[in-house]
Design a binder for this molecule. Structure first.
Ligand code: C2E
Ligand code: MG
Ligand code: MG
Length: 366
């Protein structure tokens, strides 16, 4: 390697097994990467130590300085890229990616803002109506979490839920969701013109299932709200169910013993084996939106939905189709024997006052 170095190159050991190579006047990331490639192949030569041959490998991160960089920021970027190279399988070169840094920074800011957001009531729930298909009667709602951040604006749950799961905030956040949704259900069911069979579906993350007091907590919420346990549906995604299946079976069995209904969310996107499906204490399958989207005469997704319907019938499960956006989809789902549906075709998720109107419409019609 020394052969390939120029007089003004800098080689330094900055700790443990970490080294820095600095070369000035490189113009492009390609040139910097080519330099790293030279270093890697020079290191790849086998070393003879006391008659034994050793091979050294290196994970190299490359960063090119910009006008605004300081030595510290340049080193930090190279270090980030090096960590990425290790994560990607070691013995490789990875260039620093500014967008990855921005994404990581946003993730971190979101994680940090979450506790305060909960404290300051920046979270709220919206409710998406679920319809009984042939009659198009509202039978329940799904509670969906929303976050209005004072600086970032509205943040999608698809972005903040995984962050909450990684940081552990999902537990207090999920507790709040359960309490708020069950409270709302009790308020609606308590109205004289509302069927007290109206249900509320609440999404639960895998980590919430591992919470020691979860079953007692839900039992307490249901008892205090005075709703029938059977009108509380708990949705768990297929992939999180399969994460630690035995633990999931134990908790779901206890939740079901309380009387709550269990739904498998996003069904078809995970890898649940059929043998588990028959062992899992579930009541409802929610067909993932991606299959509903692909529905149509002679389309493969139609066959998949048909197969899911047959499976549900065999296992005696109810089926809710998610993400219904068009009349043809609703019609085809009805034809295929699907009992329930939700989606933008009928309604998006709504604030409680607007959601309440759907129940009114139903009681007037029905
Ligand atoms: P999910 O539980 O599968 O919820 C359905 C998602 O599909 C919602 O997205 C809903 O707004 C969206 N959706 C409904 N109908 C349609 C449609 O016709 N077309 C399209 N394109 N989308 C439709 P949202 O609210 O962004 O939530 C995303 C995911 O975040 C949820 O998927 C759920 O996994 C998670 N999530 C939301 N709230 C909570 C919560 O309180 N706790 C937990 N653990 N997860 C939550
Ligand atoms: Mg759901
Ligand atoms: Mg879903």
């Amino acid at each position: 390697m020394v052969d390939g170095l120029r007089p003004d190159d800098i080689v330094a050991r900055i700790g443990g097994d970490e080294f820095v190579l600095v070369r000035c006047n490189l113009q492009t990331l390609e040139q910097a990467t080519a330099f790293a490639e030279e270093a890697r192949s020079a290191l790849g030569v086998a070393l003879d130590v006391g008659g034994r041959s050793f091979q050294v490998t290196a994970s190299i991160g490359v960063a090119l300085s910009t006008a605004s960089d300081t030595p510290d920021s340049l080193l930090r970027d190279a270090d980030d890229a090096m960590c990425q190279a290790k994560q990607d399988g070691r013995n490789r070169i990875t260039a620093f990616d500014m967008r990855a840094r921005q994404r990581a920074h946003r993730r971190q800011s979101i994680a940090q803002a979450m506790a305060q957001g909960l404290e300051r009531h920046h979270f709220h729930l919206e409710y998406q109506p679920v319809f009984e298909l042939p009659h198009r009667r509202v039978v329940g709602f799904e509670a969906l979490l929303r976050w209005e951040h004072p600086v970032f604006g509205s943040i999608s749950p698809s972005e903040f839920i995984p962050i909450a799961e990684a940081s552990g905030m999902i537990v207090p956040l999920g507790d709040w969701v359960l309490e708020e949704a069950i409270h709302q259900l009790a308020a609606w069911q308590g109205a004289s013109d509302v069927d007290n069979g109206l249900w509320m579906a609440v999404n639960l993350s895998a980590d919430q299932l591992r919470q020691p007091q979860l079953v007692e907590r839900i039992a307490g919420l249901i008892a205090r709200a005075g709703v029938m346990a059977g009108t509380v549906h708990l949705e768990i995604t297929e992939s999180s169910l399969m994460d630690r299946v035995d633990n999931a079976i134990e908790i779901l069995t206890a939740l079901r013993a309380l009387g709550t209904r269990i739904s498998i969310d996003d069904f078809g996107t995970g890898y649940s084996s059929l043998s588990y499906l028959s062992r899992l204490p579930v009541d409802i399958i929610k067909i993932d939106r991606s299959f509903v989207e692909g529905l149509g005469e002679g389309r493969p997704d139609t066959l998949i939905v048909r197969a899911i319907m047959a499976l549900a019938a065999t296992l005696d499960l109810h089926v809710v189709a998610e993400g219904v956006e068009r009349a043809e989809q609703a019609d085809l789902l009805t034809e295929l024997g699907c009992e329930f549906g939700q989606g933008f075709f009928w309604s998006r998720s709504l604030r409680p006052q607007e959601a309440r109107r759907w129940i009114d419409v139903v009681s007037r019609v029905g």
